[in-house]
Write a protein that binds this ligand. Structure first.
Ligand SMILES: C[S@@+](CC[C@H](N)C(=O)[O-])C[C@H]1O[C@@H](n2cnc3c(N)ncnc32)[C@H](O)[C@@H]1O
Length: 477
């Protein structure tokens, strides 16, 4: 099939009708593809503009969001289906045509939109944004796609599990194969676990709030939200879960910075570091990679309750400003500085607790960034590796003997988690460090399935959190 139809002098017999929801979703998909934009940053201003013009109500906004997020998340599966419906390689289809097609496939196979509506709306969109010739191509492809449902298509286009397990999972659950492989290595176990994990990456995460201790309470948040719109957190004593469609910014406690939006996994990491036993002085805490400030704000609130002070350091000035904003109004002493944690301005041995929540591939937060899995490359891990080791070494140098370091990532990839900690403890590629493991599991009380320890790996499919990793280490000499 060919999307390069010959130009015809005749005009289309009627003007194509612009459907604002699909047009906006297409605009967002183009921005993600052309400008490497993030869907979660591109979409809100587009929706705001459409609402201001009176084009959109809440249902339109929800549909546009579903079309953008669903199309991006399921791109791997949809690409394979489209490839089976055309007679040339997928890479020869122009990206805007592929966006219209994939969004059409999502409507056909991933939503309850009736077939005729999904096809005709996609063809109409193609007329507006691609022209009549390509609209015919879109029509022909989507008619083929509509001949089967998602399970039927997957059975046709994915290799069988027995033939090639990783490729099968990659097509069925729409992840790059190398990510399937890396996540499976980190998770271990058989088919059921990895399938649950990959499917959890395709779900939209709940919005979780944190009631910063001493400044707000979960009761305050639950009362403000009402029974319909709020639920207590699953694991963190500071967490409240919001019902879908809730607006965190509408809550007074959030407007005043006494509460914030924070994944429960991130809350658990900060709370576990704060709860780790240290002997003697406990008054100076450091967050060495603080931006944008979620964990720093919780740590600062916990530090204030104990009369300790938090120093929050961040390399990027604009992110340091976000940390300032997150910490504003904290009742105890704190300071935010712009600093490179690998060339720290602080003296060795000066802190009692240190958090290093290092830059990483973010493979643990794929639920939040629908396009991230297609952008990340295996090689990115090699780029992060020296920085992660250097930051952990500096964290262990910053803490006093007897003090505790928390090394955290928002990735479960072994090359960013256990391997980094083992390398640093064994002095590979640097000076040896005298430190011992602290078992992190008892510091997340009530949380099941934390693994064999002493470090902790959280998982979206098991805990409903991002796949945060935490290793706790105590300086021994
Ligand atoms: C995973 S994020 C931290 C998230 C943060 N802890 C939170 O909960 O909001 C890592 C941060 O480290 C910062 N960073 C990167 N290299 C750094 C360095 N050499 N020194 C200090 N911060 C650095 C990044 O700009 C980024 O803001």
């Amino acid at each position: 099939m060919n999307d390069q139809q010959p130009r015809r002098p005749a005009k289309p017999h009627r003007r194509p009708k612009k459907d604002p929801v699909r047009f906006l979703a297409f605009e967002a998909l183009r921005a993600v593809d052309e400008r490497d934009a993030y869907a979660n940053l591109v979409l809100p201003p587009l929706l705001k503009k459409a609402r201001a013009k009176g084009d959109f109500d809440n249902r339109d906004a929800a549909l546009a969001t579903e079309l953008v997020y669903g199309t991006l998340r399921r791109q791997g599966t949809y690409d394979a289906i489209v490839a089976a419906c055309i007679d040339r390689p997928l890479r020869e289809v122009d990206p805007p045509v592929l966006d219209v097609l994939n969004m059409g496939v999502h409507q056909l196979l991933g939503t309850r939109i009736p077939t005729h509506a999904a096809v005709s709306a996609s063809v109409e969109l193609a007329r507006v944004v691609l022209g009549e010739g390509r609209a015919k191509f879109v029509n022909a492809v989507l008619r083929k796609v509509s001949a089967d449902d998602l399970d039927g298509w997957v059975a046709k286009v994915a290799p069988s599990y027995e033939e090639d397990a990783e490729d099968h999972l990659a097509v069925v659950h729409s992840h790059p194969r190398w990510i399937v492989s890396a996540l499976w290595d980190a998770l271990g176990g058989g088919r059921a676990g990895i399938e649950d994990l990959l499917e959890a990456d395709n779900e939209r995460p709940e919005v979780t709030l944190v009631a910063r201790p001493g400044r707000s309470t979960t009761d305050e948040l639950l009362t403000a939200l009402g029974d319909e719109n709020g639920l207590p957190g699953r694991w963190s004593p500071y967490a409240v879960r919001m019902a879908e469609g809730g607006e965190p910014g509408a809550l007074t406690a959030v407007q005043e910075g006494r509460a914030g939006v924070q994944d429960e996994g991130s809350q658990l990491v900060a709370a576990a570091l704060a709860a780790a036993p240290v002997e003697g002085r406990d008054s100076r805490w450091l967050d060495g990679c603080a931006g944008p400030g979620g964990k720093a704000a919780l740590l600062a609130a916990l530090a204030a309750e104990r009369g300790a002070a938090l120093l929050a350091a961040e390399k990027q000035p604009h992110r340091a400003r976000l940390v300032e904003r997150a910490l504003a109004g904290n009742p105890g002493p704190y300071q935010v500085i712009t600093a490179d944690g690998t060339r720290p301005p602080w003296s060795a041995g000066s802190f009692d607790r240190v958090l290093m929540d290092v830059p990483c591939s973010g493979l643990g937060a794929l639920r939040r960034r629908p396009e991230a899995r297609w952008r990340r490359r295996k090689e990115d891990l090699e780029n992060f590796a020296p920085l992660q080791r250097a930051l952990l070494r500096e964290a262990l140098s910053a803490v006093r003997v007897g003090g505790v370091v928390g090394y955290a990532t928002c990735s479960p990839h072994l090359a960013e988690t256990r391997v980094v900690v083992d390398d640093v403890l064994k002095g590979r590629g640097g000076r040896p460090v005298e430190a011992e493991w602290v078992d992190a599991r008892p510091l997340m009380p009530g949380v099941p399935a934390l693994g064999d320890g002493p470090d902790v790996q959280l998982w979206p499919h098991l805990h409903g959190t991002d796949a945060m990793y935490l290793a706790l280490l105590r300086r021994t000499a």
